[in-house]
Design a protein around this ligand. Structure first.
Ligand code: HEM
Length: 962
């Protein structure tokens, strides 16, 4: 959150911390151990960012703090974010601008720091110059593990031992809590001394903190525990296929319905067709009694285990839960009117599955209802692997694998399927298992539920059809479409065709796909679409589209077949539209191709040029992709990225989508199957590699290569390439981008690297050194890893000077410090982190711009007198205390006059660090005179006066009788 940039809509709570642990901004072991703890819970349904937010909620609440409303849906970053975590040595102005960048006002900054610093403290190992030797850490307040207002009350009453307010931090200007709390004259921190105000303020501001996310992320409403929640509900085929065992538990929130008032629960299920038939059973219901209780921070829960036998002849489709109370009353919970769905179409067989956690060897068995078989049955495995290399990232990567399951024995109305896979990475116990047959799934089961040996299935019924019961309820018209046509003995309730069969037509669009035309199959028995294939009698355009999710193309054929692919085989050709004339098996209102004719649909997402697919079929190197030509296979750079412009990663990656994403850049490159990088230059450390190294196919196109680990499949804009296009320009040569870049919307910088003479309203003034003992520009400053001259100019709006430094820093000021001098222009040779065609200074060098319209205040000086006060000395702070300790305030409007007024009645006043004011009648121990030139910072509120510097006070003495 601390590096969120609202101006660029980047960063926020996105889990990028996992990639930033080596940064000096994130010192200490705490981040690492915390992330290791969260890693166990990382899954496709719980991002690291959401887990961090939940951790904030739990930490605050566990220590007696408020309930922070917890919303979900954060998306994890794939790489490190910008730097910019506030550091204790920063100036007040920097803190204010850093929090402003995050979207927090100055008041909110004070609030959120106080709320954070009611817990924990500062460690000597990490901050040896703040915590004295012999002490391992000093807490921020006297109740370091209680979320209370003491951090505020102790600060306000002056007896705080907060190491970021008093102690060694003061002399070295690292007393950041003082700088923050005092920044509005202590107004906000004073309001937080009330216990209730502290709690409610923290509730608001901490929610704001965890909800800082990019605008592309949509968070859910705050989550709250359900009154009734089914957990781990699982069917298991048993008795040779005659029945299911239904197991699991129902969690009841007893905060409002006390557990002692509950007699029992009744689980009542609907049969496979939504009716009330229960086969040989007398009722479709089972009773559960209390097994145990548990409590959270604010809730209590009771658990009721479920164990029921359900005949496979009738099956199950959903259930409801009734809570029976001791007073004879009862309440039924039906999932807000939807019932709790539970499908018996695909069922994981836990006892016939096994996992050897030592080796990751996994075997999964499942049964599929006989009216569903015919579609491929796939085992999906989501698993964690430790990050490779020495990245220091303790959070594993999430991977998925899909294995087609092999059909086995048919038992009664079900057929067994099984598959084996060795889960790499040594963390197989955290894997999640899903089984899918067409649209039916049994998903997200923990692999850790499996034993080490696979059991055998005992007793088998003869293979048979699913016998569908005659529905007994009027609401049972919704018969599962997959079950309607299989059993010869089935009685369906959907055939009410008095209205007649609709006339089929061509559907121009289905989901994100548009109709292309009618196409032939490939010649010589080769399929036109070589990806996945499905066939079932209930074919609809929608279900084919769903089966082909992620593919660019799909098509239906012969009324009941569905094919997916990312390209059409070259021997497939366009046929007259009228030849695709068979209605879809599951939807007589639409056409689904014909014999050897495909009703072809193409995605509208990435194919922007034409709906007509390009026929290519075999896996091969693509010499050209749109306006780009292939350079070759290229290594990553040893330091930094080979291409350092934009980047993204996607499971749908194709060369075309990467080229489109990099539009406007000179180069694009794909890597590791699913990553895409853009740039206008190639890092000089990147070198050509053999083509064979780039051996991974694109995640979204099995016919193209997308680099490999540490290898880029590199392309260059044809217009920018040399005639041979085989060698990469050296790093220091920047190429000219072509006119293909969008002039209106593209964020990609284009042009030639050159000195920019004007960045309105500023004009270039030269390359300047930093000041000696003071910044050259002391107004305000910021840092951004995508710095541009335009951004710095707008950030410095209202200041006379603006300057960029060291590629990513921006400084503003109304005066240029006298010790800053003009340097050779060649010293300012670093390009801007956000625009490689602009210069942004260098190390200790400012790319300086000035605007003439604003009259620069006179060069600052130390006036001899201020009213009745006379300049006394430039002095150091005291040690351990303040030089002038009686009273103090700080303000962005600080002038010598305002400090003099504030200190009326005292013998001395002193201004420090541009915006701080101190009063006293004598000097504290350790405060000594310093050279007058060291009091070199101009006053925040008057650029023509000096107001001390870091650890330096411009001290004035009162005239006698003042
Ligand atoms: C101006 C902004 C801030 C600065 C300069 C700052 C600085 C620091 C420093 C130097 C430490 C000591 C770390 C160590 O020794 O391991 C610390 C600890 C801590 N900070 Fe901050 N902080 C700031 C804002 C925040 C905010 C906004 C929060 C949360 C809302 C927060 C929560 C904490 C906590 C809980 C600790 C204790 C860690 C521990 O005991 O291990 N800080 N902070």
């Amino acid at each position: 959150m601390a590096t969120h940039n609202r101006f660029f809509d980047r960063g926020g709570l996105d889990g990028s911390l996992q990639f930033e642990l080596r940064s000096s901004e994130n010192t200490g072991p705490g981040h690492n151990t915390t992330l290791q703890f969260y890693a166990t819970y990382l899954s496709s349904r719980s991002s690291l960012a959401d887990l961090i937010a939940a951790g904030a909620y739990a930490a605050v609440r566990a220590c007696g703090g408020p309930v922070i409303p917890l919303r979900m849906g954060r998306v994890d970053a794939l790489t490190a974010g910008s730097s910019g975590v506030p550091q204790p040595e920063n100036s007040v102005g920097s803190f204010v601008s850093q929090f402003d960048r995050m979207g927090f006002s100055q008041t909110e900054m004070i609030q959120v720091v106080a709320c954070g610093h009611t817990l924990g403290g500062v460690h000597r190992t990490e901050f040896p110059n703040i915590i004295p030797a012999g002490v391992s850490n000093i807490p921020f307040d006297t109740s370091k593990a209680t979320f209370d207002n003491r951090v505020a009350t102790e600060y306000v009453s002056g007896n705080t031992t907060n190491p970021l307010v008093v102690g060694p931090a003061v002399a070295i200007n690292r007393h950041s809590d003082f700088k923050v709390f005092n920044s509005d004259g202590n107004a906000t921190i004073n309001t937080m001394t009330s216990p209730s105000a502290f709690q409610s303020t923290c509730q608001t501001v901490l929610q704001k903190m965890i909800d800082v996310v990019p605008s592309t992320v949509t968070l859910t409403p705050p989550i709250a525990p359900y009154t009734v929640k089914p957990q781990d509900m699982q069917l298991t085929l048993q008795s040779g296929g005659a029945s299911f065992l239904l197991t699991g538990k129902i969690r009841v929130r007893t905060t409002e319905i006390p557990g002692s008032t509950i007699t029992n629960l009744a689980l009542t299920w609907k049969d496979r067709n939504g009716g009330n038939s229960c086969g040989s059973l007398s009722s479709c219901s089972t009773i559960a009694t209390l097994q145990g209780i548990a409590s959270g921070f604010d809730d209590t829960f009771a658990f009721f285990p479920i164990e029921a036998t359900i005949p496979t002849s009738s099956g199950i489709s959903s259930f409801t839960i009734t809570i029976n109370r001791n007073d004879g009353s009862s309440q039924t919970y039906d999932n807000n009117g939807n019932s709790y769905p539970l499908s018996d179409a695909v069922v994981l067989q836990k006892t016939q599955s096994c996992l050897l956690q030592t080796s990751g060897q996994l075997t999964v068995s499942a049964v599929v209802r006989n009216d569903v078989v015919g579609v491929p049955v796939n085992l999906g495995i989501e698993y964690q692997t430790p990050r490779t290399g020495n990245s220091g990232n303790p959070v594993p990567a999430l991977n998925t694998a899909t294995v087609q399951m092999t059909e086995g024995d048919c038992v009664g109305p079900y057929t067994f399927y099984s598959a084996s896979y060795t889960i790499p990475g040594g963390r197989s116990y955290n894997a999640r298992i899903s089984i899918a047959a067409g649209e039916h799934t049994d998903d997200f089961n923990k692999a850790s539920i499996f034993g080490g040996t696979c059991g055998t299935f005992t007793g088998t019924l003869a293979c048979g059809n699913v016998t569908e019961p005659i529905s007994t309820t009027s609401s049972s018209a919704a018969v599962s479409s997959t079950s309607a046509s299989v059993s010869s003995s089935a009685v369906t309730t959907t055939t009410t065709s008095s209205t007649g069969v609709p006339t089929p037509s061509i559907r121009p669009a289905v989901g994100g796909y548009n109709f292309v035309d009618c196409w032939t199959e490939g010649a010589g028995g080769i399929r036109a679409l070589g990806g996945a294939a499905f066939a079932y009698d209930e074919m609809t355009l929608e279900s084919c589209a769903a089966n082909c999710t992620g593919f660019e193309l799909w098509g239906t054929e012969y009324g009941r077949e569905c094919y997916c692919g990312n390209s059409l085989h070259s021997s497939s050709s366009e046929a007259p539209e009228a030849e695709c004339n068979m209605p879809c098996g599951g939807d007589p209102s639409a056409f689904c191709g014909a014999g050897n004719r495909i009703q072809l649909y193409s995605t509208t997402a990435t194919r922007s040029t034409s709906a007509t697919p390009t026929p290519t079929a075999t896996l091969s190197i693509k010499p050209t992709v749109g306006a780009y030509v292939r350079v070759g296979c290229q290594t990553e750079a040893s330091a930094g990225r080979a291409l350092s412009g934009n980047s993204y990663a996607s499971d749908d990656m194709t060369l075309e989508s990467c080229a489109a994403f990099c539009s406007g850049f000179t180069y694009f490159g794909t890597q590791y199957s699913r990553e895409c990088f853009c740039g206008n230059t190639i890092n000089g450390n990147s070198a050509p590699a053999p083509d064979a190294d780039c051996s991974m196919t694109c995640a979204g196109d099995p016919f193209s290569y997308c680099g490999a680990g540490n290898r880029l499949e590199l392309y260059i804009l044809e217009t920018a390439s040399t005639s041979t296009a085989s060698s990469v320009p050296p790093a220091e040569v920047t190429t000219t981008a072509t006119a293909t870049a969008s002039s209106t919307t593209s964020a990609a910088p284009t042009g030639t690297l050159s000195r920019v003479p004007t960045v309105s309203p500023y004009s270039y003034a030269g390359c300047y050194t930093e000041g000696t003992g003071s910044r050259a520009l002391t107004g305000k400053s910021t840092y951004d890893s995508e710095m541009t001259l335009e951004f710095c100019a707008s950030y410095c709006s209202g200041y006379k000077y603006m300057a960029t430094q060291y590629s990513a820093e921006c400084f503003c000021g109304n005066t240029l410090h006298s010790t800053s001098t003009e340097a050779a222009q060649g010293d300012c040779s670093m390009t801007c982190s956000g625009n490689e065609f602009q210069y942004c200074g260098g190390p200790n060098r400012l790319e300086l711009y000035v605007q003439d319209e604003i009259e620069a205040p006179a060069a600052p000086s130390q006036p001899e007198t201020v009213g009745n006060w006379t300049f006394y000395q430039c002095r150091t702070e005291g040690s351990p205390g303040r030089a002038l300790a009686a009273e103090t305030f700080a303000a962005d409007t600080m002038t010598l006059e305002s400090c003099a007024d504030f200190c009326a009645g005292y013998a001395y006043f002193g201004t420090e660090y541009a915006r701080e004011c101190f009063c006293g009648n004598s000097f504290g121990v350790g405060s000594i005179e310093a050279p007058a030139a060291e009091c070199s910072m101009s006053c925040a509120g008057n650029g023509s006066q000096f107001c001390g510097a870091g650890n330096r006070l411009s001290v004035y003495q009162a005239a006698q009788g003042n």
